[in-house]
Design a protein around this ligand. Structure first.
Ligand SMILES: [Zn+2]
Length: 476
């Protein structure tokens, strides 16, 4: 075990809590090296956008293998899985043709098909849930549908969108326009539930243009033209996850996974989503190796691809490692950007909160020892959570993250190097403490895992993403 330093507060004479020597060395090294930002710059400026299934994604995986090998990590390798389809963005344009001529700011969502439409009526369905779409819906046929998909009826908005799109396609809608929630005419891109191919052309439209369309609709019919040129290949293709290990000293067979996703959307460079997570994890690995500090358990660094298409990389990983899942004791993920750290989200695992609080207590001084039970299914922890494994995702102040996330403005200039350094220290200390301390909780059995998904409202997200890519059920 690591030795401990005992500190005395000179002003009050009170003894501060003991600090594992290793934690001070790790935090000190991360805060003084500042290495995460340099790696993030290489990832975003020299590789750029990292859309799943592209050459840039392959280049990012190669850079990660090279960097982890150079740092002295062990068992550095690639694990492949199959994408059901690949997609490339082409051009997209929209134009009002009546009652006035006016260009519209639009952009295709991911894995959506092309369209050439010279003149079609616009139909506003407002805030939509699948239950609103009951046949025959003859008024939808041939129209471009404008609809919002907020979190509603106990479901995440992306689920309402994913379930509504096939119903709209079936009813004969020509295309679906989804208002961007972003300011300054910024557009959004997503595709959870779209693979292998979206049911109909699906576009993000600027908030300001949405408001114009709705003002015009209030006074009479509106008609528009749309052109989208995408390339959608329905042949399976190989994609890759990158793995590197730092072997444990006394219980190397027990594994703590520390993860982020290196894929990004194609319009920006994925600097915050999830370049910051990847950079923090690479630097964590480099610092542990440079200090030669071995926790009891093995830390397995996993950099996933395919996250933006529906957690494809992490889902494939859980499926491929089914027989090994009992050895994976905790999964720690960073994928919320480099905001001011608050602590970690446990996603509904009330039973692990006590031990988790004790294990991450050294993060109090960084104001990062908080715990949240907010449960979500939109990061790479999700299929591990569904498999019963305790998960911790970095919890940060959101700041401007949601403005730039998935937008063309998710670029390096938005990243505060100081905050990324602090988040990296939090991730590095958490990784070491979880790998070196008491187990934060057991793996739940199949029934308890199913109950957890039900109780946290994550069951339908699990079902959507589980079946979206292939019919394999990861739990035998
Ligand atoms: Zn992300």
């Amino acid at each position: 075990m690591a030795s401990h330093l005992f500190l005395v507060n000179a002003a009050t004479g009170t003894t501060l809590p003991p600090m594992p020597d290793a934690v001070g060395r790790i935090a000190g090294a991360v805060l003084t090296r500042g290495g995460a930002f340099g790696f993030l710059q290489a990832l975003t400026d020299t590789i750029g956008p990292r859309l799943t299934g592209t050459d840039n994604s392959r280049r990012a995986a190669d850079l990660l293998v090279h960097t982890m090998s150079q740092a002295g990590l062990e068992n550095v390798h690639i694990e492949e899985y199959q994408l059901p389809s690949t997609w490339r963005r082409g051009t997209a344009s929209g134009r009002l043709v009546a009652p006035v001529l006016h260009d519209l700011r639009v952009q295709s969502h991911g894995w959506a098909p092309s369209i050439h439409l010279l003149d079609a009526p616009l139909l506003d369905l407002g805030a939509l849930v699948p239950g609103d779409l009951t046949p025959p819906m003859s008024h939808v046929r041939g129209s471009v549908v404008l609809a919002d998909f907020p979190d509603r009826a106990g479901e995440f908005g992306y689920l309402n969108r994913a379930r509504s799109a096939p119903l709209l396609a079936e009813a004969g809608a020509a295309a679906l326009l989804i208002p961007s929630g972003k300011p300054s005419r910024l557009l959004d891109v997503t595709c959870f539930g779209n693979l292998p191919a979206a049911a109909l052309p699906m576009l993000s439209i600027a908030q300001e243009d949405t408001l114009l369309l709705r003002r015009l609709l209030a006074t009479g019919p509106v008609r528009l033209a749309l052109t989208v040129e995408n390339t959608l290949e329905r042949t399976p293709a190989a994609e890759r996850n990158v793995i590197a290990e730092w072997r444990g000293s006394s219980r190397p067979e027990e594994i703590i996974i520390v993860a982020a996703h290196f894929d990004s959307w194609d319009t920006g460079t994925g600097a915050n989503d999830d370049g910051t997570g990847v950079a923090a994890i690479v630097e964590t690995a480099r610092v542990l190796a440079a200090l030669d500090l071995r926790p009891m358990r093995t830390i397995r660094f996993v950099l996933f691809s395919g996250e933006e298409q529906g957690l494809l990389g992490s889902r494939a990983y859980v499926v491929a490692h089914g027989v090994e899942l009992d050895c994976i004791k905790t999964v720690i993920v960073m994928d919320q950007g480099a905001g001011a750290p608050r602590g970690f989200k446990l996603h509904g695992r009330q039973d692990v909160a006590g031990a988790a609080a004790r294990v991450i207590a050294p993060l109090h001084a960084l104001d990062a020892a908080g715990l949240s039970q907010e449960a979500r299914f939109d990061q790479d922890h999700a299929f591990f959570l569904a498999a019963g494994i305790p998960v911790m995702t970095l919890w940060v102040q959101p700041g401007e993250y949601d403005v730039h996330r998935h937008a063309m403005t998710d670029t390096l200039d938005k990243i505060d190097p100081r905050m990324l350094t602090i988040d990296t220290a939090v991730m590095a200390v958490a990784a070491f403490c979880v790998a070196d301390g008491e187990a934060i909780g057991p793996r739940l059995g199949a029934d308890a895992s199913a109950a957890l998904l039900r109780d946290t409202g994550l069951e339908s997200a699990f079902n959507l993403l589980r079946v979206a890519t292939d019919p394999v059920s990861f739990r035998a």
